[in-house]
Design a protein around this ligand. Structure first.
Ligand SMILES: Nc1ncnc2c1ncn2[C@@H]1O[C@H](COP(=O)(O)OP(=O)(O)OP(=O)(O)O)[C@@H](O)[C@H]1O
Length: 334
């Protein structure tokens, strides 16, 4: 059985229609004009225990709405959700105890009291046994370097320190599933790394399941094995990141180090559909379309006129791949 099972999930919001003209605006004073907006449109998902899944999509595509339904905050309009066999909305207390939530731009800690006191409140709220609480705290303090900061009220902490405290807070009750919403937004690179490492460790050691929504693809790439792309409330892609990269890479870059570079002296690069991105005395950087040519053809062509000292090929990064898929989906081509 999957840990998270979602079938034909739909969420519709009732929104006030934009009246448009003055006359219509007057009309709507007497007859409120509503429209139904489908934010999540027939989603099916299965997530196994211990998976780390990146849930990505453009602004307003339905990510938060999905997470809110999974965590029991919102009631679906239609469809079913099962978490370990339980329906979240009807079992909110049970689901809350198994779940942790981290919002990059929201805190669960009290502003004015030392972080440790907030943790004690969470301990009571979640009924965390003293030993579990202490063991977890000790491990988290060590991993996130928080010894000093938990004695300080949140208002005195830096953004990175706050985030560490919030991440640790979400794990105190040994959750089995953790939703991370923009977990590293606005943080310096040092804090980002620490937080990503912490999450990886929880995933490896405790088999915590993660659903990560982030616009930072480094979060997604470093934390997740699988990526789910949602656009206009529908799932467009659900696959391993490696497979997405393999199946959707359209362009690659190839960089040559050449003993003598004739293309720096005005020689024309004669393979069509290959773009010269950079050319110097000994280097040559090209971009090619994987559907139109391949690296062998390019290497054969280059080596016929020059001595190749070194060569490297780079695929497209996952962010630009996803951007292109969304563009195509918007044009109805996926
Ligand atoms: N309470 C609400 N009432 C009406 N419409 C809503 C409500 N909440 C969200 N929406 C709309 O539903 C759509 C999906 O919103 P959602 O917050 O799920 O998107 P998202 O993918 O999380 O976006 P972002 O990346 O910007 O956080 C948006 O068009 C949003 O305007």
């Amino acid at each position: 059985m999957m840990q998270i099972e979602v079938n034909h999930l739909v969420k519709e919001y009732k929104r006030k229609r934009d009246p448009g003209t003055l006359l219509k605006a007057l009309g709507s004073m007497f007859r409120p004009d509503y429209e139904i907006f489908r934010a999540v449109d027939d989603i099916n998902l299965g997530i196994e225990k211990g998976e780390a899944v990146g849930y990505v999509g453009p602004n307003g595509s339905g990510k938060s709405t999905t997470i809110k339904m999974l965590s029991g905050v919102l009631t679906p309009t239609a469809g079913t959700i099962k978490i370990d066999g339980l329906e979240p909305r009807k079992n909110r207390m049970k689901i809350n105890k198994r779940t942790g939530v981290v919002f990059g731009n929201r805190s669960v800690l009290w502003w004015d009291v030392p972080v440790m006191e907030s943790y004690r409140v969470l301990q009571k709220l979640y009924e965390i046994p003293e030993k579990t609480f202490r063991d977890n705290l000790e491990e988290f303090i060590d991993l996130l370097d928080m010894e000093r900061i938990i004695q300080v009220p949140e208002r005195q902490l830096s953004l990175g320190q706050k985030m560490k405290c919030n991440i640790a807070a979400a794990f105190l009750h040994n959750p089995e599933i953790v939703y991370l919403d923009e977990p590293t937004i606005g943080l310096d690179s040092e804090s980002k790394l620490k937080i990503r490492r912490f999450i990886q460790k929880m995933n490896e050691d405790r088999h915590t399941t993660f659903i990560v929504t982030s616009h930072d693809f480094q979060d997604i790439e470093s934390l997740c094995q699988r990526i789910i792309l949602i656009n206009h409330g529908k799932i467009v892609i659900d696959d391993k990141i490696g497979a997405v990269r393999k199946n959707f890479t359209k362009k690659k870059q190839i960089t040559f180090d050449l003993a003598d570079n004739p293309w720096s002296k005005g020689k024309e690069f004669a393979i069509p559909d290959v773009r010269v991105l950079d050319v110097g005395e000994t280097n040559l950087v090209l971009e090619y379309d994987v559907e139109k040519t391949d690296s062998m053809e390019i290497m054969n062509y280059v080596s016929a006129s020059s001595d190749i000292q070194d060569v490297s090929i780079n695929g497209q990064d996952i962010e630009s791949i996803i951007r292109e898929i969304v563009k195509k989906d918007n044009q109805g081509e996926v």
